[in-house]
Design a protein around this ligand. Structure first.
Ligand SMILES: Cc1ncc(COP(=O)(O)O)c(C=O)c1O
Length: 408
């Protein structure tokens, strides 16, 4: 008889089991590299899920944050916070929009956007305002944002969901025009310019322009969730700028504080005055530490030319992957822009997360079959080549194996 298999002790027995975690813990990082508690080194192709814009322990960010911590971490929104104005002004300058509100996470930014859209509708006399959302969208895990999310796995077990989110497929302007004909309650359209969790699915430039036009004709708000694709990741400050359009509401988070939690909505004139005093707020949002992180992140991005870096190194990475996977059966498509790339495989590939870590590379798998790379924007061409050198043989080996039997 075989000895019974030993079940490894749970290393985090008091932490709620909301994540399937790999059995490793990161201890420190430098640039695009991180080390675990056993001293093993990894190339960071994940950037804390599109968060660590400046990589780890950036030599300009660290002293700035140390300085801020020593001065003031948190004050409260009962008082003026000059750093909020500084970050808001910078976000308005780079977006062409007019005003910002600060929170701490992506879902909070999206929650604020949803509230703005509803109030915008009520202010116009629409009693039951509705917001057009998308198949495969991801907007967060609060009850409202998971209702807007187009993923039944994320929603399962949390009904009843929030109503008022008619859903359309991405890049199908006919579908949304049809809704416009039949639904008088629509007040806004809400989409990611490149869907992240949904599998790195870009909205086309033509589609974005057509939706902007439709919103203008109908008096709807265009709300672009740039939580994952924004802030330099695609090679422009914001992904929608490739289409030469502006949104009315733009939720941001992830990369804005380079690891310090910062969320924001940036609004144009149609939406900036919808909230008045008492309509919205949050305790932590806009605190001096978070604002300093945002101000310094944007300043360092400019100083170091990280938009251009994301564009050129991202293009080299995509090209290297395209060459590495040319003719490889089982690779469906390589998508995305700048340093937001997805490799769609023919079959589920969640296993690759652990295998890549074993091989010394951090990445993620999203939408079951899509290997996602969202590294720090400081990634060098040499590091991009190293990602290709690790990833291509890893995926080829994976695809050469028979597909694992489906668990029932
Ligand atoms: C596009 C998009 N919106 C919103 C969110 C939610 O952000 P957070 O996890 O900070 O709440 C995410 C997170 O992955 C995202 O990718």
């Amino acid at each position: 008889m075989n000895a019974p298999e030993k079940v490894p002790a749970d290393p985090l027995p008091h932490v709620m089991k909301t994540y399937g975690r790999l059995p490793l813990a990161l201890a420190y990082g430098r640039g695009c590299w991180v080390w675990d508690t056993n001293g093993k080194k990894y190339l960071d192709g994940l950037g804390g899920i599109a968060v660590n814009t400046l990589g780890h322990a950036h030599p300009k960010l660290v002293p700035a944050l140390q300085d801020q911590i020593a001065k003031l971490i948190h004050s409260s929104n009962y008082y003026e916070v000059p750093l909020q104005e500084e970050l808001a002004a910078k976000l308005c300058e780079i977006s062409g929009l007019t005003n910002a509100f600060f929170c701490s996470t992506g879902l909070e930014a999206n929650e604020a956007a949803i509230k703005i859209a509803r109030k915008y509708g009520h202010d116009k006399g629409v009693e039951r305002p509705e917001i057009v959302v998308y198949e495969k969208a991801f907007h967060g895990r609060s009850i409202a944002t998971l209702s807007a999310t187009g993923n039944t796995k994320v929603q399962a077990g949390f009904g009843p969901l929030v109503e008022g989110f008619p859903r359309v497929p991405l890049n199908d302007i006919g579908a949304i025009e049809q809704l416009a004909q039949t639904n008088p309650n629509i007040v806004a359209v809400f989409l990611e310019v490149i869907q992240g969790e949904g599998g790195i699915n870009p909205a086309t430039i033509d589609y974005l322009r057509a939706v902007r036009r439709l919103c203008d004709e109908r008096g709807w708000l265009l709300m672009l969730d740039e939580v994952q694709c924004g802030l330099g990741r695609t090679g422009k400050w914001f992904a929608h700028q490739w289409a030469g359009i502006k949104p009315d509401v733009m939720p941001l988070a992830k990369g804005l504080g380079s690891g310090v939690p910062v969320g924001a909505i940036v609004c144009g004139p149609k939406a900036a005055d919808v909230f008045g005093p008492g309509n919205h707020g949050t305790t932590f949002g806009g605190n001096p530490l978070a604002m300093r992180a945002g101000v310094e992140t944007l300043r360092i991005m400019e100083e170091e030319g990280l938009l251009a870096n994301a564009a050129t190194v991202g293009a080299a990475l995509k090209d290297g992957l395209a060459r590495g996977f040319a003719g490889v059966k089982g690779v469906v498509e390589i998508r995305g822009q700048g340093l937001m790339l997805g490799i769609e495989l023919e079959r589920p590939c969640g296993d690759l997360l652990g295998r890549a870590a074993e091989a010394g590379l951090m990445l993620s798998v999203t939408a079951d079959k899509v290997v996602r790379l969202v590294p720090p924007l400081i990634l060098s061409a040499d590091e991009a080549a190293q990602i290709v050198a690790i990833l291509v043989p890893l995926i080829k080996t994976f695809l050469a194996e028979p597909a694992a039997a489906k668990k029932s």
